[in-house]
Write a new protein. Structure first.
Length: 242
């Protein structure tokens, strides 16, 4: 994501339906994890998700490869350091949680990112990952924002498990709006990141919020979420794909 995209994101994320609901998902997952600890927000852009971590009591650090992103996060009062996700400047087994929203799809060697996530996590620590799903949805938007790929459930689980992490859950998000987004992106010429009329923003927000209460997370959406854990237990693990 270039500097212009980052500044656009920061300007929109507090009100834009997409980012507001993703932050709500993050809050719910953090509550499920229990007592806060030390967290890294990898590929944090301007630090919107880092703010959520701090609000929920986590000792959080934002990291990003963009100097502009690091500067913006610091301007927001967040601890932020420049870092390539393939080589995080943190000690092994030093953090309790790593969040990586919209990171893996930007990196050709995505396994290096998941290996770094596994390395810095303490035993028992968790990672929360979000990626765009399904190459059928590939559009000029993906080119504009620097995506290398979109993921299937199998490909996402594979790159996480290859790093030695135990996948606890994988689920789809933005399922109800997938047909509308697919149709829109077929005719798009670039990034979808832009301000929209308030009434449309409110309508889209209402639809995506409805997914909290409907059994649609096993269907195909626009985004995949994954929760995984570093665990040295020799007894194996079970993956929930819904």
């Amino acid at each position: 994501m270039d500097a212009t995209e980052i500044r656009q994101l920061v300007a929109l994320e507090r009100t834009h339906w997409w980012y507001r609901e993703r932050r709500a998902i993050l809050r719910r997952e953090l509550r499920a994890l229990g007592r806060p600890g030390r967290a890294l927000d990898v590929g944090a852009a301007g630090g919107g998700n880092t703010e959520v971590l701090v609000e929920q009591g986590w000792d959080a650090t934002a990291t990003d490869s963009s100097p502009v992103a690091v500067e913006i996060a610091r301007e927001r009062g967040l601890r932020a350091v420049p870092a390539d996700a393939r080589g995080l400047p943190f000690e092994s087994a030093s953090v309790d949680l790593v969040t990586a929203f919209d990171v893996l799809e930007h990196v050709e060697q995505d396994h290096l990112v998941t290996e770094e996530i596994a390395r810095v996590l303490r035993p028992g620590g968790h990672t929360l990952i979000a990626v765009p799903c399904d190459m059928e949805l590939w559009s000029p938007h993906d080119d504009a924002v620097g995506h290398v790929r979109r993921y299937s459930r199998d490909s996402l689980v594979r790159v996480v498990e290859k790093a030695g992490l135990q996948v606890e859950r994988v689920w789809s998000w933005n399922v109800l709006l997938r047909p509308l987004i697919a149709r829109h992106r077929r005719g798009s010429t670039g990034s979808d990141l832009r301000r929209m009329p308030a009434v449309i923003n409110a309508g889209l927000s209402a639809v995506v919020i409805a997914e909290r209460y409907l059994p649609v997370q096993s269907r195909r959406g626009v985004t995949l979420f994954l929760r995984a854990r570093r665990d040295e237990s020799p007894f194996g693990h079970k993956v929930s794909l819904c």
